[in-house]
Write a protein that binds this ligand. Structure first.
Ligand code: FES
Length: 350
């Protein structure tokens, strides 16, 4: 998705999200209603970005991750070197088209489209893949460019080890007497129930990551998967992170470690929603004893090893695009998904 780097970019960012029908389907007149909602929400969202330092750090983190990944790849896979990363954001520059134009100027021979969402959702990963199809639908692929896709990696062992390591470090900061009673709250971005009921695989993939992380930790603590960042009046997937904290406190459970299990780097949902709104304001309001937020993987060495191993294996593997990716949700009616998957199947020489 990307995130606005400056306050003045917030409106454009929201406007693009609210008019992207792969991401959000408003009940009517999306072309008018979307911009109207974006305009209305801009001041409130701008204030949030102001409170985290004036912009999103997501481009900085994504570039850091890309550089570290390529450095490791050059080392472990010298026969495919040199490697270079390109960032393709959905709603702020550098856009998909910017990334592919740069790639074309560089005369790249082989490109791996590597989704940075470990768990796949049609609203996020799917929308980005559809944007790549839209960019190419009226033009040819650059001469000789070979494409392949890494669309999801929710259960990669090094991703699991990375989260487990981050959680262990946070638990270690908590007083021994209460450490075992701390509830580990795995918090992921929620989805509208309409999207879930269409057959979106995101909830099950997030659940798979959670299960493996807890297994790696030896099921040391009580834990719960919760969902954050709901917007609008329609029903979304719960239980919601803030409501879960409130109700646990009412039940006498007052110590938490929060894990942003579907975010690979820091951005507004971790730095503002989790850190300020929940860990500071809500915790104070409802009488939480201790609450700690696990950092996103960012530049954790195990995370960079995970990225490296995923791409390295992919380059050695003959599979250029997964069957799961090519198969649409059972209740998908989005023509964009049909055309996009057909296109990927052809260009990846499936
Ligand atoms: Fe899932 Fe179209 S909404 S494939």
């Amino acid at each position: 998705m990307g995130g606005p780097q400056k306050i003045e970019h917030v409106h454009d960012y929201l406007n693009q999200i609210m008019t992207d029908r792969d991401m959000i389907q408003l009940p009517f007149a999306q072309d008018h209603l979307g911009p109207w909602i974006a305009k209305r929400r801009t001041p409130e969202v701008q204030k949030k970005y102001q409170e985290i330092g004036g912009g999103s750090p997501i481009l900085k983190w994504t570039n850091t991750q890309g550089e570290l990944l390529c450095k490791r790849l050059d080392h472990v896979s010298p026969n495919t070197a040199p490697h270079k990363h390109y960032v393709a954001f959905r709603y702020v520059p550098p856009y998909t088209k910017d990334a592919f134009e740069e790639l074309e100027r560089d005369n790249v021979a082989r490109a791996v489209i590597f989704s940075q969402y470990p768990q796949y959702s049609c609203a996020t990963s799917g929308s980005s893949f559809n944007a790549i199809y839209t960019h190419f639908k009226d033009r040819n692929l650059p001469n000789g460019l070979r494409l392949s896709v890494i669309d999801r990696w929710p259960t990669h062992p090094l991703l699991v080890k990375c989260f487990a390591d981050l959680i262990r470090k946070e638990l270690a900061q908590i007083n021994k007497e209460k450490r075992n009673n701390v509830i580990i709250l795995f918090s992921a971005h929620s989805l509208p129930l309409k999207t879930v009921n269409r057959g979106d695989s995101y909830p099950s993939e997030v659940g798979a990551t959670v299960q493996l992380v807890m297994e790696e930790l030896g099921f040391c603590n009580p834990y719960q998967l919760v969902w954050q960042s709901k917007v609008g009046p329609l029903p979304w997937l719960g239980p919601f992170t803030d409501e879960a904290i409130k109700d646990y406190v009412k039940k006498g459970k007052k110590n938490f470690v929060i894990v942003p299990i579907a975010f690979v780097n820091e951005h507004i949902e971790t730095l503002h929603e989790l850190d300020i709104e929940y860990c500071k304001e809500l915790a104070h309001e409802v009488g939480v004893e201790e609450i700690r937020r696990v950092p996103a993987p960012n530049d954790h060495p195990l995370f960079i090893e995970a990225l490296t191993s995923i791409v390295h294996n992919h380059l050695q593997n003959k599979v250029t695009v997964g069957e799961k990716f090519l198969n649409r949700c059972p209740h998908c009616t989005n023509a964009n998904c049909y055309h996009s998957k057909k296109w990927f199947s052809e260009v990846c020489n499936h």
